[in-house]
Design a protein around this ligand. Structure first.
Ligand code: F6P
Length: 319
């Protein structure tokens, strides 16, 4: 392969830059040209790309976000070969591509393989950790640590003032981040999209806990399980106790990647790029039980709900 594209797609995740660096330097190691696709899938559709030169990936290992930038482009799902992406690929003359992103990006990657005959490998990067075929996706560990740090701080205020805090963390469709934040902070209640809840039961539990001597309550809510504002309103209208809410939002996505995410990104992306150059495309590279695992780029969504449930049950039991 002479020219290999590198693309970051979906929501940014801390460690994406470490992945870009690993892909680019592995490509160079094999004497090929690394082409950075700017602005993710949208940039690809506009053939917005640059050949990466020595120094372009220096000093980025510890930086959050993605130097290539990212932009969602759902229109690609409906595109035919003579659409914008097809035209861009003719112009860019790529021999292969490394796609770093989440399930949406892997749907795009699979389409590049099947409809456009472009060899592609995938590397999982999303703070949701909702990708089948890997224990961890790039960005999850950093997001988890940021959220835990924030909740620890909030807990100080909750304990000092005897307040109930409703804290919303990211996770539209998958509640693992919420469940593990709750477990790591000893939260009293955890609401995840996978498990239905009854706000009256939650209020009753909290009232009993206060009566038994608790002096605060932390409720961790995955954004897909309900909005913190609504839950705060619902509790306020049932209990005569001070309730506050915090939406952690995008602070969970940015910032310097943890050492774990840097290493994960570096190992998975180097391996994926080697496979691409070896002619073994069409796969995503994950790490399962500390060993590389390749799986088809297809059907990456629908991560295991049982994992969320196990973590949720333990957080609830001990909280
Ligand atoms: O998929 C990553 C994620 O951060 C989700 O947890 C969240 O629901 C979503 O992206 C938010 O997306 P956006 O930044 O486009 O609002």
């Amino acid at each position: 392969m002479k020219r290999i594209g590198v693309l970051t797609g979906g929501g940014d995740a801390a460690g994406m830059n470490a992945a870009v660096r690993a892909a680019v330097r592995t490509i160079w190691h094999h004497g090929a040209e690394a082409v950075g696709i700017n602005r993710g899938w949208q940039g690809l559709a506009e053939a917005d790309a640059r050949v990466l030169k020595k120094g372009d990936v220096s000093g980025i290992l510890h930086q959050g976000g993605t130097i290539l930038r990212t932009f969602r482009y759902p229109e690609f799902a409906e595109e035919t070969k003579d659409g914008p992406v097809g035209k861009a690929l003719k112009k860019l003359k790529l021999d292969g591509m490394v796609v770093i992103g989440g399930d949406g990006s892997f749907r795009g990657a699979d389409k590049l393989m099947t409809d456009y005959d472009l060899p592609v490998v995938g590397v999982p990067a999303t703070i949701d950790n909702d990708i089948n075929g890997t224990d961890r996706s790039i960005g999850y560990d950093t997001a988890l640590n940021i959220a835990v740090d924030a909740v620890d701080k909030i807990k100080d205020t909750a304990s000092s003032h005897g307040r109930i805090f409703v804290i919303e963390v990211m996770g539209r469709n998958y509640g693992l981040l919420a469940a593990q934040v709750a477990m790591a902070t000893g939260a009293e209640e955890t609401l995840v999209p996978e498990i239905p809840y009854d706000i009256d039961d939650i209020c009753r539990n909290m009232e009993t806990a206060y009566k038994n001597g608790k002096y605060h309550a932390l409720i961790i809510v995955a954004e897909g399980a309900g909005r913190a504002s609504q839950i705060t309103f619902d509790i306020n209208s049932r209990l005569n106790r001070p309730v506050r809410m915090v939406v952690l939002g995008h602070i969970q996505r940015g910032g310097a990647p943890s050492a774990f995410d840097r290493i994960l990104a570096t190992r998975m992306t180097h391996h994926a790029t080697e496979l691409l150059i070896d002619g073994k495309a069409g796969v995503m590279v994950g790490i399962v039980a500390n060993k590389f695992k390749t799986s088809s780029l297809r059907k990456k969504a629908g991560a295991d709900n049982a994992v969320v449930r196990q973590n949720w049950e333990l957080a609830q039991l001990l909280g």
